[in-house]
Design a protein around this ligand. Structure first.
Ligand code: AMP
Ligand code: MG
Length: 328
C-alpha cells in the first residue's frame, strides 16, 4: 500500500509518500517564513495554496510513483490554523476525487507520535511533543492518546520564536537560540514554572526581557532560557513516566531537533533504565510523511471519510480522536 499525506497545520506545507513498511519514498516540504514578526494565518495559507501543487509533483517524482499507484490520500485535520488547514484539506479532497481514492483525516499530534513510534521500533513509548504551537506529553491508554501534561500558555517553540524576535532576531528563533546558547557562560535566574504535569513559559519570557534590559549578554540569556525551559519539559516527562509506569520516550516537534533537549531527556530516561529516541530532523518537524503513515494506520482501521464529512477542526484535541489501530 502507498499513501500520500498532506501537512499544512501551521507554517509548513509538506507532502509525503509512505509505504506500509513505513518507508518514506518521497517527502517535499516548504516552510512559510514571514519577512517580519510571527506567522499571519492567512499569509501562511496563501503560501500553502501556492506551493502545495508543486510539492505533490515533487513528492511523486522523488518517490517514482505514478498517481494511479497511490492507494489513499491523508491530510492533517487539526489542530492548527483554520486557513492553513483548509488549504491542505482542499488539495487532499481534490486529489481524492480526481484519483478516486479514499480520503483519510489525521490528527496532527497523533501523527507525531506514530512516526516516532514506528521509527523507534518501540511498542508503547510516551511522546514529548515539543513544537511551535504545541507542547504536550502524550501516552496511549484505552483506545486513545491521552494528554498527561501540557503548556498552560504558549507552545515552547512559539515562546522561543517570540523571545528571539524580541531580542532582535528573526523567525524561527529555536535554531539560532541554540547556537547562541553554546556561547553562554552564566546561568541567569529565571522562573521555573512546573505545575503538576503542566508547564508555562510566559514568566521566563518576561524575566528574559528584563535581563536583556539590564544589559545581560544574549548568549547568557539563551543558555539560561534553554536550561530552564528544557529542564521543565524533562521534569514533566519524568513525572508522566513515573505515573504511567513507562520506560521509554520518543520525541517529536521542531523543538525536539534541539541537541540540549535531546540530551537532557536521554539522560533522564537512561537514569531510569529506559531508552529515548528522536526521529531525524526532517521527520521531527511538521511533515507530510507522518500524516501519510498515520493515514495508513487509520485507513486499515476503516477510518476514511466522504468529502462532505471531511471538515477541518482547528481545535481538535489529541484525546478526542480514536486510535483503534492500537491494542487497548
Ligand atoms: P514545528 O511547529 O514542529 O514545525 O516546529 C517549529 C518550531 O521548532 C519553531 O518554533 C522553531 O523555532 C523550533 N525549532 C526548530 N529547530 C529547533 C532547535 N534546534 N532548537 C529549538 N527549537 C527549534
Ligand atoms: Mg507539529
Amino acid at each position: 500500500m502507498v499513501i500520500l499525506g498532506i501537512e499544512s497545520t501551521a507554517h509548513t506545507a509538506s507532502v509525503g509518500i509512505v509505504t506500509e513498511r513505513a518507508e518514506v519514498l518521497g517527502l517535499a516540504t516548504d516552510m512559510f517564513r514571514p519577512v517580519r514578526g510571527g506567522i499571519h494565518p492567512r499569509e501562511a495559507a496563501n503560501h500553502h495554496v501556492e506551493v502545495l501543487p508543486g510539492l505533490v509533483r515533487r513528492a511523486l517524482d522523488t518517490a517514482r510513483v505514478r498517481p494511479t499507484e497511490i492507494d489513499a490520500v491523508a491530510f492533517a485535520q487539526g489542530p492548527g490554523l483554520g486557513p492553513c488547514l483548509r488549504a491542505g484539506a482542499t488539495v487532499a479532497r481534490t486529489l481524492s476525487l480526481v484519483w478516486n481514492r479514499p480520503l483519510v483525516p489525521v490528527n496532527h499530534c497523533v501523527a507525531h507520535v506514530e512516526i516516532a513510534r514506528v521509527l523507534s521500533g518501540m511498542d508503547d513509548p510516551m511522546l514529548l511533543y515539543a513544537s511551535g504551537g504545541n507542547t504536550q506529553v502524550i501516552a496511549h491508554h484505552s483506545g486513545r492518546y491521552r494528554v498527561l501534561g501540557e503548556t498552560l500558555d504558549i507552545g515552547v517553540g512559539n515562546f522561543l520564536d517570540k523571545l528571539w524576535i524580541a531580542l532582535g532576531g528573526t523567525f524561527p528563533g529555536g535554531p539560532p537560540l541554540e547556537k547562541e546558547a553554546r556561547q553562554g557562560e552564566e546561568l541567569l535566574p529565571l522562573p521555573y514554572s512546573v505545575h503538576g504535569m503542566d508547564v508555562a513559559f510566559s514568566g521566563i519570557y518576561t524575566a528574559s526581557l528584563a535581563h536583556a534590559g539590564r544589559g545581560a549578554r544574549r548568549p547568557d540569556i539563551a543558555l539560561s532560557v534553554e536550561s530552564t525551559a528544557y529542564s521543565m519539559l524533562t521534569e514533566i516527562t519524568e513525572r508522566a513516566l513515573a505515573h504511567r509506569r513507562r520506560e521509554s520516550v520518543v520525541l517529536g516537534g521542531g523543538v525536539a531537533c534541539n541537541e540540549r533537549l535531546r540530551g537532557m531527556v536521554r539522560a533522564m530516561v537512561e537514569g531510569r533504565g529506559g531508552t529515548s529516541f528522536a526521529p531525524p530532523p526532517s521527520l521531527c518537524v511538521d511533515n507530510g510523511a507522518m500524516i501519510a503513515w498515520t493515514g495508513l494506520l487509520a485507513l486499515r482501521a476503516g477510518l476514511s471519510v466522504p468529502v462532505k464529512a471531511s471538515a477541518v477542526d482547528p481545535r481538535q484535541r489529541t484525546d478526542l480522536v480514536p486510535a483503534p489501530w492500537r491494542r487497548l
